[in-house]
Ligand binder design. Sequence first.
Ligand code: THU
Length: 148
Amino acid sequence: MSEEKIRRLIQAATEQLAFAYAPYSDFKVGAALLAKDGRVYTGCNIENAAYGPSNCAERTAFFKAVSEGQREFEMICIVGGKGGRLTSYTPPCGVCRQVMMEFCDPNGFEIILATGMDDYEIYKLADLLPMGFGPGDLKGGGGDSGEI
Ligand code: THU
């Protein structure tokens, strides 16, 4: 992964903080999802007065991309913090990891956690969601299906 691609994603994710709608937690998150064809889909978190319908930045980016016909992804960058201040890494929640598992190869897809242009770490989805359940597990034909 080229340094330039990474910086482009950190920049795009950081710009999303301005759009984060987080009046309840004041925790603003931005994401930038790179598709295999080079396109970038951005997202921010969008909270709701009823709390439950709130959406994370990562899922906003994924759902925007998938709703536009995109299904092949290379990596995602996530930034976030209270008041939009990037003081520490913002790892994806469990629900977002599962959404990534639906569309991404856990051993190929990469997750960049950043606090700035020169401070980031890169993880494979498989590291953040070990032994994840994905579309392949529903195909059967080997392994323990869990059926009785
Ligand atoms: N949030 C995200 O958007 N992505 C994450 O990776 C962690 C959490 C949002 C959800 C909620 O709006 C706020 O951050 C506080 O949990």
